[in-house]
Design a binder for this molecule. Structure first.
Ligand SMILES: Nc1ncnc2c1ncn2[C@@H]1O[C@H](COP(=O)(O)OP(=O)(O)OP(=O)(O)O)[C@@H](O)[C@H]1O
Length: 235
């Protein structure tokens, strides 16, 4: 499903956090959403996920305005928030049952088993969330985000705080989950972008600085690494 964001503007008090943010991207791409701390990535993602109300501007998922049909668009969006808030005292199964109930799934049991397999949680499914390693907590967060089989995934820093092995595992999982989805993923890891993204969007001080396909990087920014490009666009 495509994502269209048009002239999204948002203030927190007097601070203009998003300043006419505009971008669009077609279906089935992994888009790396990059920017320094405080650039406005999470604010944009929360707005797209329908968690923050739109102050001005428009967001469309597959052509549908998220304000006009918020229930329908929420059915199509899976969201993994930054810091992955989970209920630590719940068992993995219970957390997924809760999530399935929120989405009023018709066949929760079979879907829960499906996402446990998809997220590689088979061996950990009988543990409490607080007993899991950070990497497995992240898998639970991803399983929650995909429980309703959304076509768009919004992942806010999904690999932050993980060790290098877990980062590789979660990246691989995102790649697998992304096969029939559009994924908007924020990260501060430039290798991550090169490893899994098709397209890059850079935001700085609430403004979109550039959007390009990773394949076009060498032509657009000759001899520059992703890090160089990041610094160039955000200093
Ligand atoms: N609830 C809030 N109230 C006031 N200001 C906020 C709130 N949420 C975010 N901000 C401010 O809005 C700006 C953008 O924040 P946002 O979290 O969107 O940035 P980000 O690009 O996701 O940063 P990070 O990489 O650190 O997660 C920051 O200056 C932040 O302090």
């Amino acid at each position: 499903m495509s994502i269209h964001v048009q002239n999204l503007t948002k203030h927190y008090g007097k601070q203009k956090t998003l300043d006419n943010v505009t971008f669009q991207t077609p279906s089935n791409r992994i888009i790396g959403f990059l920017g320094p701390n405080g650039a406005g990535k999470s604010t944009t993602m929360k707005t797209l996920a329908g968690i923050l109300p739109i102050e001005s501007g428009q967001c469309r998922i597959d052509g549908i305005d998220i304000q006009q049909d918020s229930l329908l668009t929420k059915q199509n969006i899976g969201y993994l928030p930054e810091n992955n808030p989970l209920y630590a005292d719940l068992y993995v199964q219970e957390m997924l049952e809760y999530q399935a109930a929120l989405y009023k799934l018709k066949h929760p049991k079979s879907r829960i088993q499906e996402v446990i397999t998809l997220a590689g949680l088979e061996n950990e499914q009988h543990k409490k969330i607080k007993e899991l390693s950070k990497g497995y907590k992240q898998r639970v967060g991803l399983a929650c985000a995909i429980i309703h089989d959304p076509r768009v995934l919004i992942l806010d820093e999904p690999t932050t705080g993980l060790d290098p092995n877990q980062i590789l595992e979660i990246r691989q999982l995102i790649r697998e989950l992304a096969q029939d989805k559009t994924v908007l993923l924020s990260t501060h890891l430039m290798q991550e972008v090169e490893a899994i993204c098709d397209e890059i969007i850079v935001i700085h001080q609430g403004k979109i600085k550039d959007q390009f396909m990773l394949n076009d990087k060498a032509q657009r920014y000759p001899n520059l690494s992703m890090e160089d490009i990041f610094v160039l666009l955000t200093k």
